[in-house]
Design a protein around this ligand. Sequence first.
Ligand SMILES: Nc1nc2c(ncn2[C@@H]2O[C@H](COP(=O)(O)OP(=O)(O)O)[C@@H](O)[C@H]2O)c(=O)[nH]1
Ligand SMILES: [Mg+2]
Length: 199
Amino acid sequence: MKVITANFLQTAEKKRDYPEGERREIAFAGRSNVGKSSMINALLGRRNLVRTSKTPGRTRTLNFFLINESFVFVDLPGYGFAAVPLAEKAKWGLMIETYLQARSELAGVVAIVDARRPPTESDMVLIGYLKHYKIPFIVAATKLDKITRSQMTTMRRSIKETLAGSVPVVGFSAHTGEGKNELWKEIKNLLDGSSIRSS
Ligand SMILES: Nc1nc2c(ncn2[C@@H]2O[C@H](COP(=O)(O)OP(=O)(O)O)[C@@H](O)[C@H]2O)c(=O)[nH]1
Ligand SMILES: [Mg+2]
């Protein structure tokens, strides 16, 4: 995918603040600090369009980005960060759920997991949710640069077994760019998909 333009569109907490325009959207979901923002920046070839942070749990809103004036990437709030107060966690959960349930523009979700670790309970909850609502998704295992080839094979198997089933699993590294082309291919498939969602 040749990225010609990538622009921040807007931030939203509530449904009424989502952007209008009926462009198809790809949402990126994953636990806090998994590497979500870095992945989006790497895909877009922009160093810091999406703010990355060493302090987990700082992205508290949905952030929308317009790509090539034609489709939209959505950086969802990170979930599962232990140090966040319960009330705030509930608010984040609701923000993500509301978006996933109601957004008719949503073409698919990139569910991001850490290639070094077995999927967390929060990852399972997200995937269960996507399956339940029949939202097309793929799994991207990031920070691939931190593991060896043989660990990679084990990782893929474990993700297939616990999370993905027949859904594509793409290995990725924002640091080396590995997996970028494959991930774009899967994102294009999601964007081209004809899945119609009833809201
Ligand atoms: N080694 C490695 N570190 C990464 C990768 N992606 C992100 N990180 C690091 O993980 C931390 C969290 O990244 P960020 O993109 O802000 O995560 P987010 O909270 O999910 O948006 C930062 O310190 C990044 O530099 C990757 O592919 N490889
Ligand atoms: Mg982030």
